[in-house]
Write a protein that binds this ligand. Structure first.
Ligand SMILES: CC(C)(COP(=O)(O)OP(=O)(O)OC[C@H]1O[C@@H](n2cnc3c(N)ncnc32)[C@H](O)[C@@H]1OP(=O)(O)O)[C@@H](O)C(=O)NCCC(=O)NCCS
Length: 208
């Protein structure tokens, strides 16, 4: 075989290998800490999630209109000046952002760190993204706030999210109400993990 032909084969197989790696990378789920530049993406994810999960909780008018400016302003402010105990994670596949989570470490003397947000795009739910996000939260809690538990508030009608939390070992620990941005009273449950190490274990992938 001529030298030029051999080089051609080598080049072709190198291109094929690189393409396979790129294809694998494009379908791989990633989770990373969010930064200031993620504000518009987080705002969009939050709006889409509220429009879906809070359809019968918040008014149609609010969800159709004001929610967009409300959530964009929130994430622009929060990511520009995060509190010292605030941790925000974003998840995606390839170049698409598909979910996010945020916690405030050691927020409450009794209940510990506060899981403030957890949202996965409707189109990509039940693929393990929520689990990867809550694992990232559990890991930071176990490493930096290990003497504290973790808790969250979930609307009483949001059975889907409650199942997700129960599946990860949370306990239903009481009720409260939330004053929504449009001034409505929304009934909530508190879900809690007394031990973040337990959540870290339950949410870990089999390969670690
Ligand atoms: C709750 C939420 C974050 C879960 O994210 P997700 O990526 O779909 O969850 P996962 O794929 O990691 O699910 C892990 C396990 O949780 C349980 N679970 C998740 N969604 C469930 C559902 N709709 N019904 C029953 N169990 C569910 C299952 O046991 C699931 O494992 P399986 O798919 O192998 O059966 C997602 O449904 C969501 O973003 N909902 C809208 C926003 C919201 O309500 N956020 C919570 C606010 S408090």
């Amino acid at each position: 075989m001529g030298q030029a032909r051999q080089q051609g084969f080598r080049l072709e197989s190198l291109v094929r290998r690189q393409k396979t790696k790129l294809d694998q990378g494009a379908s791989m789920l990633w989770v990373r800490p969010a930064n200031t530049f993620d504000a518009p993406v987080l705002g969009n994810l939050h709006v889409a999630s509220w429009r879906s999960a809070y359809r019968n909780v918040l008014s149609d008018a609010f969800l159709a209109d004001d929610v967009a400016a409300d959530r964009q302003a929130l994430w622009t402010r929060r990511l520009a000046r995060p509190a010292a105990n605030e941790h925000v994670f974003i998840a995606g596949i390839g170049c698409a952002a598909l979910g996010f989570a945020s916690i405030f470490g050691n927020e409450d003397p009794k209940w510990g760190s506060f899981l403030n947000n957890l949202h996965v795009r409707d189109s990509h739910q039940r693929r393990g993204i929520g689990t990867r996000l809550i694992h990232a939260c559990a890991r930071v809690c176990a490493e930096s706030y290990s003497h504290a538990g973790l808790y969250l508030w979930v609307t009483q009608v949001n059975v889907k999210a409650q199942r997700f939390y129960l599946r990860h070992g949370a306990q239903n620990r009481g009720e409260s109400t939330w004053q929504s941005p449009e001034g409505r009273e929304v009934a909530l449950y508190r879900f809690a993990w007394p031990d973040v190490e337990q959540l870290r274990r339950v949410s870990a992938r089999p390969d670690g």
